[in-house]
Design a protein around this ligand. Sequence first.
Ligand code: CAA
Length: 383
Amino acid sequence: MLFTTTSEHEQIRKAVREFAETEIKPIAFSLDQNNEFPEEQIRKFGEMGFMGLPYPTEYGGAGKDVISYAIAVEELSRVDGGTGVILSAHVSLGTFPIAHFGNEEQKKKYLVPLAKGEKLAAFGLTEPNAGSDASGTETTAEWNGDGYILNGNKIFITNAPKADVYVVFAVTDKDKGTHGISAFIVEKGWEGFTFGDHYDKLGIRSSSTAELRFNNVFVPKENLLGKEGEGFKIAMMTLDGGRIGIAAQALGIAQGAYEAAVEYAKERVQFGRPIASQQAISFKIADMATKIRCARFLVYSAAELKEAHEPYGKESAMAKMYASDIALEVVNDAVQIFGGTGYLKGMDVERMYRDAKITTIYEGTNEIQRIVIASHILPRKKD
Ligand code: CAA
């Protein structure tokens, strides 16, 4: 387990923080209010090499480690959780399955522009009847001799409709349960592939989220990812890594709210002295700092295990569950420290309070994380 970051990690932190402070922070409130995706800023972030941080340089990536990637998500989320999840969904959900399960042609065609940040990726798993129970996938992919015909709907898809490339899960053999689900690489613009309306969300409003609709979409056989029937395993393995990204997002939101609260507590005078010097507030700040530190260790150590190719599914679920649970507590305390002022639109902590909630829900609710963690420790009993 790693207890300290390297100087290279801290250089990456510094560069991403500078980008986040100068490019995202000044517009974060307007992105939130207008439900607006930071298109120009994401393009620039890609040109700086940050959209493919953990992928090999020969495929257009930056060749950095998973901790560097987690730090990048954390630092974006420290100023705007919506921008943080754009990076997380792109790197660890949309791009990872292509990098990990793609063949050489698929990597050349898709991984290279995704890792260079020239294209944006998304992950199409969730459906109206397959949320926590991902095995309930109903979208179908029928073999027609040359390729597959895709039919069905995906909901709550992060980065849609902005993304160019989608990893989509569909049933190729309904009699085989989870072994009858396959993964496909699908491009925006293909005939029959359309989007539903952009969702109007409580938080992370700078990220785009939409429904995917497949109406007899032809997917060439070259775009099957992995083998037929491997889709569920690909989805689960991708989510193991994706949860590090969401844990880092939650950590970043908590850090941003904590810093804002500390600054405010030092300035705000009540009863003749700054509220920071009053025990009710200083104890809250001590608790917030401790929770954030615990979360950071969990996030970086899960990232370190993934980087070392050690089993990390249990640890990434722990990191996601804990970091998102404490993020909610920390943003709540931050708003409490700000008092009525923190309840006002335009205050960062008000936005962070709304942004934090989703981290306990997506990429597996925290109830699902507990199932995953327990299944690594105890024999799993299905009721
Ligand atoms: N790695 C590899 N294989 C795995 C695996 C993993 N992490 N987890 C399960 N599997 C394999 C099992 O070994 C098993 O294989 P065999 O049949 O060969 O033994 C098979 O998959 C089925 O496993 P389970 O019986 O455990 O599967 P299940 O149906 O009970 O589901 C679950 C398990 C953990 C609850 C799973 O459904 C799950 O993770 N649900 C949550 C889904 C989720 O996280 N959705 C998020 C969508 S993406 C998103 O939110 C993105 C965003 O917006 C940013």
